[in-house]
Design a protein around this ligand. Sequence first.
Ligand code: AHR
Length: 489
Amino acid sequence: MQGALYANDLFSIGKIDHRISSSLAENMGRGIYKGIYDPGNDLSDSDGFRKDVISAVKELNVPMIRYPGGNFVSSYHWEDGIGPKNQRPQKVDLAWQSIESNQFGVDEFMAWLKKVSSTAMMAVNLGTRGIEDACNLLEYCNMDTNTYWANKRRENGHEVPYHIKTWCLGNEMDAPWQIGHKTSHEYGELVNETAKAMRSLDPTIETVVCGSSNEDTPTFGIWETNVLNECYDNVDYISMHQYYDLPAKGTMHHVAKSLRMDQFINSVVALCDAVKATKKSSKTINISFDEWNVWYHSNEHDEHVKSWQQAPHRLEDVYNFEDALLVGSSLITLLKHVDRVKIACFAQLVNVIAPILTSENGLIEQTIFMPIRDVSKYGYGETLRTSVQSPSYQVPEFGDVQYLDSVIVKNSADTYTVFAVNRHETETMNLAININDDDRFQETSHLSYSCSDPKFSNTADQSVTEETVHDDGQITLKPFSWNVITFKA
Ligand code: AHR
């Protein structure tokens, strides 16, 4: 099978914002407790943070991490999680019907971020709370004033403000399951006033307004339009969330689902720009795709999780290789939309629908780990508009689906990286690359990640690994593979 890629330096989609490799660490299941924070475990450091998790997160090179939710944020009292640990109240978490010990809060999160060399994307509760509490949290985190909440931070041992730049104004407020769910007009007005108040406190912040909780919700489109009409001038990004469901129509359909992400982004861009046009505004709203992943493996287990436990096993999907290729194609899709997608968070980071799965005595890097790591590591610079030629197959929902899914990134004046998925289950693909009308390039490395069994999952004993390929003049993509190929011009 033959595939070809064409690109030209003159046709750039845009600069890649490293924040498209961000993630979500929600205070739910074993995401924080028993995942990130596990005092008493031999694998943890003196602050209670798991050292093996710190190394794995560093390997993923995650530039920004959204916290504390997710659904959890919509009934969270952040003040319960600060100050002396023995005085913090144990509370119910209404979103996940669990018990929250509050032993890990904002200050622990900020301390842990330092250890993993990342930054915070903080969410405020606009479900059960509102403007005042959002401003209090912002004051606690960012202000240098001699005022109550800034002084509380100092009292808790943090003299220097955290200067958190990016703030999510609620979470999935359109969703019927959200605690404190609102209509689009109610939410739009609340966001506008909250963003205004927060910006008057700290004008350097940027804000993310909630878009629809998923692409299939009946109010999709109307929600974005109504909300943006209320708050357009005071927000910077609109959020998108998308979880791929089970492969009911087989592997070849599953690995094509990234086309849904592509269509979804195009729709949200159109909705934002329609509001921009009616408002005759010169301002553009960009996208924070702040939850995306495959999520279905744990559904059956989770129906039987007992309520009011602390850190129960919940949403612990064990991913397989077909999921890894879908994640790879989704990353390629995000790279193709860097003109509008400035933030994207694979959801989540540890244990809960995550690339990192811990047990008491170690962790597994799941199959989806590799493509996420590779894009964070090699996906810098700018994305070039890439023309892909490839044989294709038919999927009723999507029409023609190319076996080759790929994009070219220009890393520097003379270095390029190609990310490529060969969706074909059995055939190798020979790949020709032409950049700036030239097909002579010096390959510096080709990482190939493939598996003949789409249902293979990594375990403590056995995992799929990336191998270095020496192409010798002809680039070949193994059947059912993820590839990262770097060249010098
Ligand atoms: O990531 C799991 C959940 O999915 C989040 O809490 C919520 O925002 C979404 O519905």
